[in-house]
Design a protein around this ligand. Structure first.
Ligand SMILES: *[C@@H]1O[C@H](CO)[C@@H](O)[C@H](O)[C@H]1NC(C)=O
Ligand SMILES: *[C@@H]1O[C@H](CO)[C@@H](O)[C@H](O)[C@H]1NC(C)=O
Ligand SMILES: *[C@@H]1O[C@H](CO)[C@@H](O)[C@H](O)[C@H]1NC(C)=O
Ligand SMILES: *[C@@H]1O[C@H](CO)[C@@H](O)[C@H](O)[C@H]1NC(C)=O
Ligand SMILES: *[C@@H]1O[C@H](CO)[C@@H](O)[C@H](O)[C@H]1NC(C)=O
Ligand SMILES: *[C@@H]1O[C@H](CO)[C@@H](O)[C@H](O)[C@H]1NC(C)=O
Length: 406
């Protein structure tokens, strides 16, 4: 369980809900950085980033924590965040969210090997889907929520083992990246969005060698190539053998099936995203989260940016974008204004492209990923947050980018 830390010793907190008038959604809490910049010698400082969260107003989640006024433009005046599905005993909503517009469904994977994942060396995790249309119907009948809309589990072939990431749709199929299980290799695969959910594996080795446990993937928006990360979480979650290859970022060309390395030098490369102009890549390094080795707060919980070389696709000019205060920044998504969203120990954190932390979708529990699932009837973006045993929907002014490639 997460303990939500109340930072005491802060004399005056700026919960200025009345200050910005009607532009402030009811679930938003303004927390100006100067209100907590000095906590005093006797304050309860956080000693753990994973289990002690930053909630200085002690507001009950889910809330929007606003650290910078630019977050109010992302939210819009009518923003809401509501719980839409839950299962206390099953981390059904972990990663690999893919929104399929033609059927108005969201596909996603359960936790692979982690707590409440119901998966292990002897059992793969599962892909499920939820109908966003049914979510909207349930919320129309119960506007404040929570609602619990049933999910449907897919029955996939054994070539899909421990899905950890996904994107697209790509050519109308789900594009999944899997960590493998035991001797079964990590892979990149396409899955039909419709029954019988047939699978086509596109890649399962690097010149005859297995990857460690593939983690996350995006399609380059202008050249159509796939960029993906490989790391040792399969080993750290005790469902893959010890790695025999460095943890790095690769590029796959779906036209030729050739694969190459484009970046290395990470502790644990994890989430990945590419800006819509195709020029910049973001990669999160979740070194701080160590599986059976334990969490190590001195290792990275950091998003880096790189320039993508237009001729070679190699990542150049690495620089820090953001360091997450809570847990690690896992999956990365963007909105159409270039803001950067990442799943952390407290929900979804949002940074401007300049690296300023603008605000959080603070759900008070760990979230590895989130995705925009189209727009509601008022033209608001529908951001679905995967929080392991719960799923949330935030209706906000910000909109999705297109993840399907050129
Ligand atoms: C917010 O909701 C109000 C009341 O329903 C509506 O009049 C207004 O147009 C909405 N604003 C936006 C930006 O959606
Ligand atoms: C939670 O998920 C498990 C595994 O799929 C299932 O057996 C159980 O019925 C679910 N519980 C609820 C309350 O939906
Ligand atoms: C998967 O198989 C189960 C058991 O046969 C079935 O009830 C379920 O409908 C199938 N799921 C899908 C999405 O077809
Ligand atoms: C699924 O099977 C259909 C019919 O054979 C085929 O057209 C489609 O490409 C397949 N999709 C995948 C992802 O394998
Ligand atoms: C944490 O990581 C640092 C840097 O690699 C290392 O020096 C230290 O020993 C680690 N601490 C633990 C408890 O493993
Ligand atoms: C995204 O781009 C693809 C390929 O250009 C296109 O087919 C698809 O309709 C776009 N999706 C949306 C939701 O606009």
């Amino acid at each position: 369980m997460m303990n939500v830390l109340l930072v005491s010793g802060v004399a005056v907190l700026a919960v200025l809900t009345g200050c910005t008038g009607s532009s402030m959604p009811p679930q938003a809490v303004l927390i100006e950085p100067r209100s907590f910049a000095v906590m005093g010698p006797n304050a309860d400082f956080r000693t753990d980033s994973f289990n002690m969260l930053f909630n200085p107003t002690n507001s009950t989640p889910p809330i929007f924590q606003v650290f910078d006024e630019r977050f109010l433009s992302i939210l819009g005046p009518n923003a809401t965040i509501r719980e839409i599905a839950s299962n206390a005993t099953f981390a059904f909503a972990h990663e690999a969210p893919i929104y399929n517009e033609p059927t108005d469904e969201l596909f996603f994977a359960s936790n692979d090997g982690g707590p409440l994942g119901m998966s292990s060396l002897t059992q793969s995790n599962v892909i499920s889907k939820i109908s966003i249309k049914k979510v909207e119907a349930a919320l129309a009948a119960n506007p404040t929520g929570p609602v619990n809309v049933p999910i449907t589990q897919l029955n996939l072939s054994d070539s899909i083992q421990m899905t950890n990431g996904g994107t697209g749709p790509y050519k109308s199929s789900l594009l999944l990246i899997t960590s493998g299980r035991g001797p079964l290799p990590p892979s990149i695969a396409l899955v039909n969005t419709l029954p019988p959910y047939n699978v086509t594996v596109l890649l399962d080795n690097y010149y005859g060698r297995q990857f460690a446990s593939l983690n996350d993937i995006k399609i380059h928006p202008t050249n159509g190539k796939f960029f993906f990360t490989d790391v040792d979480y399969g080993f750290l979650n005790v469902f893959r053998p010890a790695p025999l290859i460095p943890f790095q970022v690769y590029r796959f060309d779906p036209d030729t099936s050739s694969v190459r390395v484009v970046a290395d030098g990470f502790n644990k490369p994890n989430g990945i995203a590419i800006t819509p102009d195709g020029k910049t890549a973001y990669v999160s390094d979740t070194g701080s989260s160590g599986g059976f080795l334990g969490n190590n707060l001195t290792l990275p919980a950091t998003i880096y940016a790189f320039d993508i070389d237009p001729d070679t696709d190699v990542f150049k000019n690495r620089r820090v974008v953001a360091y997450a205060d809570a847990g690690v920044p896992d999956g990365i998504q963007q909105d159409s204004d270039g803001n950067i969203y990442s799943g952390c120990a407290d929900g979804t954190q949002v940074w401007a492209p300049d690296g300023t932390l603008l605000g959080k979708f603070f759900v008070g529990m760990s979230s590895a990923e989130m995705i925009f699932a189209g727009e509601d009837k008022n033209g608001n973006g529908r951001l679905v947050i995967l929080a392991e045993t719960k799923m949330y929907l935030a209706n906000i002014a910000a909109k999705s980018i297109n993840l399907s490639g050129p």
